[in-house]
Design a protein around this ligand. Structure first.
Ligand SMILES: NC(=O)c1ccc[n+]([C@@H]2O[C@H](COP(=O)([O-])OP(=O)(O)OC[C@H]3O[C@@H](n4cnc5c(N)ncnc54)[C@H](O)[C@@H]3O)[C@@H](O)[C@H]2O)c1
Length: 433
């Protein structure tokens, strides 16, 4: 394939990362086959519809499917560029061991159709060394191909790692405009991958080696986690000392070289709460700070449950509204969500008193079954609940005016209602003014 020709692209894994990526590549007029093991995902996309919530993704997918630029399939097809965006969860061993089996199984599928000239790019967040491990696997399956780093001759294929750093809710914008680190197994691999990303990325693409690119992604999220842990630890200290953490942080941030992040009910999602463990697993002795950051952020969830429990017990009979289940604002993703953890604990304890408000959920997750808790809308909660526990900073909650919540006792774990006053007798709890 020469530089000016449009490559045929195969994107493997059509979830929150793979589907928007496939759609954006298709929009750049490269024909894309999206591959997913889940048949319903494939059927939905081939109807021009989407199975995840993401701003503007529905129109984009509909358009590229109608133009014939994006097709979905459960079977891998030959292509010029393969982009792997499958999950990288933990193993079920209880030790937060990274599970790269999805990546390896996708790489094995690719090996089956790989030909000279192809480029394979891993986008899944991965422990350091995964791209090389993928190369080893392919090498074993395709001894007929010369692989990068394993031959003194020009290799037949290029293999690179290029992580995603998108923000759910802004994925399409950030996929296009964010800077990217592109790590090749060799510099030649990095250049091949760079040429591909240049077709649809407007941000600056910086090339490096695969291991550095893998570590860069993990470091970005470990950095966020440790800094949020600092804010969460301050919030627990402030609760103990009867201080308003929001006020303390606001004042401290007036220092020109201080920028403390905002506390919350914990840290969730499948990135910030997960990726630090990929570093810890690789260098357990050298990562006490990163490990402690994880522990502090997990402890914050339990702290919120305790504080909420005290508040609810102190106000017998008052209906309780838990505002939000998503792991962050304005998205429908409830995976690894501290809000969901806290709300489920409260629902199990207080049953029918508990109402859940989650504008992005059609029904409550399974763990709420038989708790008696009920999904309601924000208007119902404001009209009927005497206790409001803010767990997610969805825009729809932020805009609730003070007069509509002044009857209620508020426990605002996100600091979205700054007009609410600290209630000194209950550290960390705010009463609407
Ligand atoms: N979601 C995010 O915001 C985000 C951001 C940055 C990085 N990441 C990383 O991107 C990767 C993918 O995350 P996601 O959120 O898109 O996951 P996801 O669970 O939303 O989607 C993954 C998809 O891959 C499919 N799949 C699994 N194994 C497969 C296989 N062998 N062949 C084909 N399809 C397969 C699944 O059916 C699923 O539809 C993960 O490593 C994640 O850590 C995610």
């Amino acid at each position: 394939m020469r530089g000016e020709e449009k490559p045929q692209v195969c994107v493997i894994g059509l979830g929150y990362i793979g589907l928007p990526t496939a759609a954006i590549i298709a929009r750049a007029n490269c024909p894309v086959t999206g591959v997913d093991v889940t048949e319903s995902v494939v059927e939905t996309i081939n109807r021009g519809e989407i199975h995840i919530e993401e701003v503007d993704l529905d129109g984009l997918v509909r358009g590229v499917v109608q133009r014939g630029m994006l097709k979905a399939s459960t079977e891998i097809v030959p292509a010029d560029v393969f982009v792997i965006a499958v999950p990288t969860p933990f193993e079920k061993d209880g030790h937060h061991t990274p599970d790269t089996s999805y990546v390896m199984s996708a790489a094995a599928e690719v090996a089956g159709v790989l030909k000279k000239g192809d480029t394979i790019i891993l986008e899944s967040t991965s422990p350091v060394g995964t791209t090389e491990a993928m190369r080893e696997l392919i090498s074993g399956l395709r001894p007929d191909l010369k692989l990068p780093g394993k031959t003194d001759e020009t290799p037949d294929v290029a293999i690179a790692y290029c992580p995603e750093r998108v923000l759910p809710g802004k994925i399409l914008e950030e996929l296009t405009h964010n800077d990217r680190s592109i790590g090749g197994i060799t510099p030649r691999c990095a250049r091949k991958a760079l040429a591909f990303y240049k077709r649809f990325v407007r941000g600056t693409c910086v090339t490096t080696d695969a291991r550095s690119a893998e570590m860069t992604k993990l470091v970005e999220n470990a950095y966020r986690d440790v800094n949020i842990a600092f804010a969460n630890e301050l919030s627990m200290i402030s609760d103990e000392m009867d201080l308003d953490v929001w006020e303390v942080i606001k004042l401290a941030n007036r220092h020109p070289r201080v920028n403390i992040l905002q506390p919350g009910p914990g840290v969730g999602g499948h990135c910030i709460a997960v990726d630090p463990y990929f570093i810890i697993h690789g260098a357990p002795e050298q990562s006490p700070l990163i490990r402690t950051g994880r522990e502090v952020n997990d402890a914050k969830m339990h702290h919120v449950v305790e504080q909420a429990t005290k508040l609810i017990e102190a106000n017998p009979g008052a209906p309780v509204a838990c505002l939000g289940l998503a792991f962050k604002a304005n998205i429908d993703d409830f995976r690894e969500s501290p809000a969901r953890f806290v709300a489920a604990k409260i629902a199990r304890q207080f049953g029918e008193r508990v109402k859940i408000v989650e504008p992005y959920a059609a029904e409550l997750p399974r763990e709420f079954e038989s708790t008696g808790a009920e999904l309601v809308d924000i208007d119902f909660a404001l009209e009927n609940c005497g206790i409001l526990i803010v767990l997610v900073d969805h825009d729809i909650f932020k805009v609730v005016p003070a007069e509509e919540r002044q009857h209620a006792i508020v426990y605002d774990t996100r600091g979205i209602w700054p007009d609410a006053q600290m209630k000194p007798s209950k550290p960390g709890l705010r009463l609407a003014s």
